[in-house]
Design a protein. Sequence first.
Length: 79
Amino acid sequence: DATFAITPAKVGLPYHASGMAHFVGVLPVHVVKWMFFSSSVLSAEEAHRYGFLNAIVPPDELSAKASEMAATIASRAPL
């Protein structure tokens, strides 16, 4: 039940521009703006739909999925 948020607006703190640039690189600009100004929470389903997550798996399958993904990466040529 993962959720994602940009929460400095809740307590009136500034957010560094480089951090915002990172979010804009992985999420649509309108979503980042909304999250930044409202401190709204993005559900795992929304994050997956926007391409922020590769997969959504139940907690009891998380370790196996992580191992599977790690094995795939490890089987490739070194970078």
